[in-house]
Ligand binder design. Structure first.
Ligand code: PLP
Length: 394
């Protein structure tokens, strides 16, 4: 079908919740995608940080295929090896305690919030359930994670939202202290605010929050849905911040293209969610975990993580070297890169870059966000940079 034919049917049958680009994709390979009309693109989106090893990755395809022949799904009423293996790798790589599997970022954050509230309930009883999150954060689209998200525009229409969230300013310890009271049980944050505009938190602030959490027995909840699984040049971003969170949520890159999420708890709270307190039908299902094992076997290699850092640095240096008036700043870590532009110009810049065959994302009001497959080659990066140079420097 052509784009127009597909779009007509989409308009008829699919709910109109997304502002989609006018592109219908057909297939991909490495960091390249082709649309239904045969146009080729360099992809700097990786399905919003999901396809971390690129498209048509033989290792992931083999893992899924092999597992599909054995078992696709059996439910959590039974033990399966791929699920145990993913948990073991995550724990061994991070020093955390135990893992709970879910299906998406928002669902992982729901699990993280439930865990924090139950930890506090078990220890202090009812009434200590508030969670402080940061302004400009993004934690998901469920009724609870919308409220956890510290942006007013997400607190519309769907009333009543889940109670028990307070907000503090990023990089402002006084604001955090002012938001905490005797009802607070946890502080939850992204280390790089992704949807909010690729804003890395100040390491000194993050350390202070950690110390404050320890002092007041608040759980430190880190949302690594976007920053996790090698995206920032370490398996998890918290490892570069030198902190030990109580709970970490993840999703996106973990499955390399298939839906999976997880919550990982430290030893201090790994047993809080006991039998019957939390569950999901598809969580940890074998076929999806086989993909996650294939992803982790690659992404945990030190030389792979080093290559993510090097490619990220290469991107940043080349973008800054363009000395374009259109580029106000370049920030981020690893292959999570934000190009700060004039908000008035952003839509036109993005449209031109896409038209010339490079797919990019946006974030916040003034950022062009790059989340390429972590396996992107230097040839693919150079091709994308040449297009951006054309657009930014004309
Ligand atoms: N948390 C963060 C930091 C995210 O970036 C996202 C999605 O972009 C989510 C949570 C929600 O993840 P999902 O869309 O898989 O529910």
């Amino acid at each position: 079908m052509t784009y127009n034919e597909l779009k007509e049917q989409e308009n008829q049958y699919v709910m109109n919740t997304y502002g989609r680009f006018a592109i219908a994709l057909d297939h991909g390979d490495g960091a390249q995608l082709w649309d239904v009309e045969g146009k080729r693109y360099i992809d700097l989106t990786s399905g919003i940080g999901v396809c971390c090893l690129g498209y048509n990755n033989q290792h992931i395809i083999d893992a899924i295929t092999e597992q599909a022949h054995k078992l696709m799904h059996v439910s959590n009423l039974f033990t399966t090896e791929p699920m145990v293996q993913v948990a073991k790798t995550l724990v061994e790589q991070t020093g955390m305690g135990k893992v709970f599997f879910s299906n998406s970022g928002a669902e992982s954050n729901e699990g993280m919030i439930k865990l924090a509230r139950k930890y506090s309930y078990d220890k202090y009883g009812e009434g200590r359930a508030e969670i402080v999150t940061l302004y400009n954060s993004f934690h998901g689209r469920t009724v609870t994670t919308l409220k956890a998200t510290g942006q007013d525009k997400f607190h519309q229409y769907f009333f009543p939202f889940t109670e028990g969230f307070a907000y503090a300013k990023a990089n402002d310890m006084e604001s955090v202290k002012a938001a905490v009271n005797e009802h607070t049980c946890a502080i939850m944050m992204e280390l790089i605010q992704g949807e909010g505009g690729v804003m890395p938190l100040d390491p000194a602030f993050v350390k202070e929050v950690e110390a404050y959490c320890r002092e007041h027995d608040l759980l430190l909840l880190i949302d690594e849905v976007q920053t996790g699984i090698g995206r920032t040049g370490s398996l998890f971003c918290f490892q570069q911040y030198g902190i030990q969170p109580d709970v970490v949520s993840m999703a996106k890159g973990l499955g390399g293209g298939v839906p999976i999420g997880a919550v990982m708890a430290s030893k201090t709270c790994e047993t809080v969610l006991g039998p019957g307190t939390h569950a999901t039908t598809f969580g940890g299902t074998p076929m999806i975990c086989a993909a996650a094992n294939a992803v982790l076997s690659e992404v945990t290699k030190p030389e792979f993580l080093q290559s993510v850092n090097e490619k990220g640095e290469y991107f940043k240096q080349k973008l800054l070297a363009m000395q374009s008036d259109n580029i106000q700043d370049v920030r981020g870590m690893g292959l999570m890169v934000g190009i700060v532009v004039d908000p008035e110009q952003r839509a036109a810049l993005v449209a031109e870059i896409m038209d010339k065959g490079v797919l990019v994302l946006t974030a916040g009001t003034n950022v062009i966000r790059l989340l390429p497959p972590l396996s992107i080659s230097y040839e693919e990066i150079d091709e994308a940079l040449a297009v951006m140079q054309d657009v930014f420097c004309k």
